[in-house]
Design a binder for this molecule. Structure first.
Ligand code: TRP
Ligand code: SF4
Length: 332
């Protein structure tokens, strides 16, 4: 509870886009760390998924469950954090509506990613000249301010949205002569940006990702495809680790052997296949506890429903309290 001695109120959300990959795991590790000493709200932003995927909804429910399992696998603890689905707490929609009354359209139009994304996804045949897509940062603002969150762990790409939410909070407080709404601060985590196994951005749609829930065999199949030093043909050829993706991964997941690997690669003493095998072993050891936790939860499907029902009730308790104060401030 706010005012108590246990740190800040933290809130963050993630879209249910499908199985999470190891890039997301560093984001989740940060969420897990934060839950130790703070009051945390973490939600699946299913309405946000609709802002770009309104015509492709079949998988949403499935994705929500799988994402929650990934979260639990990563170590989020429903006893410590409030885990819920955005659409289960209708107050998000009410606050978004009220904010829309006084938010200038120009503020939304100048969000840096707005025009870019319309153009980019337009090329892929998607029409994003919609009301919902324009209003997406305002929905995100409602998500955050509804809980009077002090801080929001986000990636760098979301910083403009957070700045936007602070402007909306200030505008509300100014218009209704109150100090009710809290201007949230961003918590930027040092997230290791790992490329996918083909060197492009890691993404499900490129099939170059390593998912959190991958089996050891699936991990090996992905690592096998990683691009190495292209100039190296025989395993006795001296290699150049600087241009090798496998090496980049070793740096993160096998740092204790990194000097050996570099030396052996440069001296032509280790073959790329062996080097990849070693990486797959390390990745699998790293993912094993995540898999185990995930499998335990997966074995009890009813527990997932319970977590989400409880989470929604807890979130709604806070959200409806804020909504009462907001209506009061607005005299409506
Ligand atoms: N917009 C975020 C994303 O696409 C997800 C999100 C929705 C979010 N609401 C939020 C993140 C509130 C932080 C706080 O990744
Ligand atoms: Fe990359 Fe390892 Fe091959 Fe060197 S030996 S090029 S580091 S995969």
């Amino acid at each position: 509870m706010k005012g108590c001695n246990w740190g800040m109120r933290i809130l963050s959300g993630m879209r249910p886009t499908g199985r999470l990959h190891i890039g997301h795991l560093s984001v989740l590790e940060n969420w897990v760390r934060l839950q130790e000493e703070n009051e945390c709200f973490y939600f699946v932003s299913d309405w946000h998924a609709l802002t770009t995927g309104y015509d492709n909804t079949e998988e949403i429910k499935n994705n929500i469950r799988n994402m929650l399992l990934d979260w639990l696998g990563a170590g989020l603890d429903p006893e410590r954090s409030t885990l819920f689905v955005q659409s289960h707490v209708k107050e998000h929609a009410e606050l978004h509506l009220l904010f829309s009354m006084f938010t200038p359209i120009s503020w939304l139009e100048r969000c840096p990613t707005y025009k870019d994304q319309i153009q980019q996804l337009g090329k892929e045949g998607k029409d994003l000249s919609t009301y919902g897509f324009l209003g997406y940062p305002l929905l995100m603002t409602a998500d955050i301010l509804l809980y009077l969150a002090d801080a929001v762990p986000v990636g760098e790409d979301q910083l403009p949205h957070l700045e936007f939410s602070r402007e909306v909070a200030r505008r509300f407080n100014h218009l209704y002569r109150t100090d009710l709404l809290v201007e949230p601060q961003a918590l930027l985590a040092k997230v290791a940006m790992l490329p996918g196994v083909d060197g492009r951005k890691m993404s499900k749609s490129y099939h170059n990702d390593i998912t959190i829930s991958a089996t050891p065999e699936e991990v090996w199949q992905r690592v096998r495809l990683m691009v190495t030093d292209p100039a190296r043909i025989h395993k006795t050829d001296p290699g150049n680790p600087e241009v090798c993706l496998v090496y980049k991964y070793h740096k993160i997941y096998n740092n204790e052997e990194i000097e050996d690997i570099e030396a052996n690669c440069r001296a032509g003493k280790i073959g790329c296949v062996a080097c990849k095998k070693r990486l797959a072993e390390k990745l699998n050891a790293f993912l094993e506890p995540v898999r185990e936790r995930r499998a335990k939860w997966e074995a009890r499907p009813e527990s997932i429903d319970e977590i989400l029902t409880d989470g929604a009730a807890k979130a709604r308790a806070t959200a409806s309290e804020t909504m009462n104060k907001i209506r009061e401030a607005m005299k409506i």
